[in-house]
Ligand binder design. Structure first.
Ligand SMILES: *Cc1c(COP(=O)(O)O)cnc(C)c1O
Ligand SMILES: [Zn+2]
Length: 411
């Protein structure tokens, strides 16, 4: 049973028919969002009913935009663990630090949720192919879900995009283009090309359903925390789908009576070399303005002019959160620290949340008993590793080798 009622503009409120293949608001060209009959939904589904369902993104099917009987294009996304990080927490003098490990998704990042959902809906509503500008992981995910449903896909990424994401798109048979500049340059090309070839434009938040996929992170978090919200939610922010999506999940669950109380403080983390949200937040601006020369090795954070700047700032403000920037060195150190102390090799973007946690702690902004969730958006294995000491190479006689290993291990 579907509870989707319509798709609404997040700025002017104009209602759109959800049976059509939608992009942005037809009145004001701003971001659209799916709306549900939450009252009817709450009367129809109970928390108990969820218990018997398998884990994964479609566990919360009634809160997704899928039609009755619609088969999702899926690779098993969602259902990721909420891992305690006890040793990191202890190092920082904190008691409850948890990580939503999105690196365990198909494609190694949470982009699988968003693109799985967007492609499911667009295919049902008649899309014949897909075009996407990307910093890497979204392009890879679009390519694999397009392959999964047998439709063509074109991916445009900046030169210097992490090779694993480019390979992921290529091996799935997508047309892959690289271009000088950032995701913003790629976005302009896509906006021109998509209508010409008649393929659907999957640009971040320029269609309403990627958000619904990302929203499922918030639904899972709510259930995993026993239908409560944490005090602080730390999120590495590029285009902002996850930030806006998790807030949307919490608000819908609140409206259904499944959650109560205040939203967690949303902490939006960016890289110092590309921090349009942080800048706008500090200036008290309504929306972001384009960041001149974006540079960061955390590719997913290299988004100089996010389309949903206004919506992200709204979430930060309403939740009494904040936006902060971390350095490239802090990201690399945090990535190594997390792997070493709690065994999670996370993506650079995600490691930025650990760097942010350290910054907040150093600033005295964290209570020891705060319940903190870091959203670890991707797996480290999809990226160049940070600088590491080389392995110890063993040469010489068998005896020499054994002696050398022994020497290192007992040093
Ligand atoms: C895309 C991406 C981000 C940024 O996510 P948004 O929801 O666009 O803000 C963060 N981390 C990783 C690993 C990504 O691929
Ligand atoms: Zn509008």
């Amino acid at each position: 049973m579907s509870f989707l009622t319509h798709v609404e503009c997040t700025v002017c409120g104009h209602r759109h028919d959800a049976k059509r293949l939608l992009t942005v608001c037809e009145r004001c060209s701003q971001m659209l969002a799916a709306r549900y009959d939450l009252e009817r939904l709450a009367a129809h589904v109970s928390k108990d009913a969820l218990r018997g369902r398998p884990p994964g993104m479609y566990r919360f099917r009634e809160l997704t935009p899928l039609d009755d009987g619609e088969e999702p294009v899926t690779l098993g996304e969602g259902g990721t663990p909420l891992l305690p990080l006890p040793r990191l927490a202890a190092q920082l003098g904190l008691r409850h630090v948890l990580a939503k490990d999105e690196g365990q998704n198909p494609t190694g990042t949470f982009k699988a949720r968003g693109l799985g959902m967007a492609i499911t809906r667009a295919r049902t509503l008649g899309a014949r192919g897909f075009v996407i500008p990307s910093a890497g992981n979204a392009g890879g995910a679009a390519a694999v879900y397009a392959a999964r449903c047998g439709l063509p896909c074109a991916v445009i990424v900046p030169r210097g995009t992490p090779p694993a994401a480019v390979a992921e798109a290529l091996i799935a048979g997508a047309h892959v283009f690289t271009v000088e500049g950032s995701i913003a340059t790629a976005g302009k090309i896509v906006a021109e090309v998509a209508p010409q070839v008649g393929w659907f434009d999957l640009s971040t938040l320029k269609e309403p359903y990627r958000l619904e996929g990302k929203k499922t992170m918030g639904l899972e978090l709510a259930e995993q925390l026993g239908w409560t919200m944490p005090d602080l939610l730390v999120y590495p922010t590029g285009g902002g789908t996850g930030l806006v999506g998790i807030a949307k999940a919490y608000e819908e669950l609140r409206a259904m009576g499944w959650l109560a109380g205040a939203l967690p403080r949303f902490v939006s983390v960016q890289a110092e070399g590309c921090a349009p949200v942080v800048k706008a937040w500090r200036e008290g601006a309504e929306t972001t303005s384009p960041w001149a020369s974006p540079v960061t090795h955390a590719a997913g954070l290299r988004v100089p002019s996010p389309f949903a700047g206004r919506q992200m700032l709204g979430v930060i403000r309403e939740s009494k959160g904040e936006a902060l920037a971390v350095s490239e060195t802090a990201i690399r150190q945090a990535q190594r620290l997390l792997a070493r102390v709690d065994g999670v090799w996370t993506a650079p973007e995600a490691a930025a949340t650990v760097a942010a946690l350290i910054q907040l702690k150093d600033r005295g902004a964290l209570a020891a008993d705060a319940r903190i969730v870091l959203v670890l958006t991707g797996s480290g294995i999809k990226n160049e590793p940070p600088p590491l000491p080389p392995p110890v190479d063993l040469t010489g006689s068998d005896d020499d080798i054994v002696a050398r290993v022994q020497q290192v291990l007992t040093r």
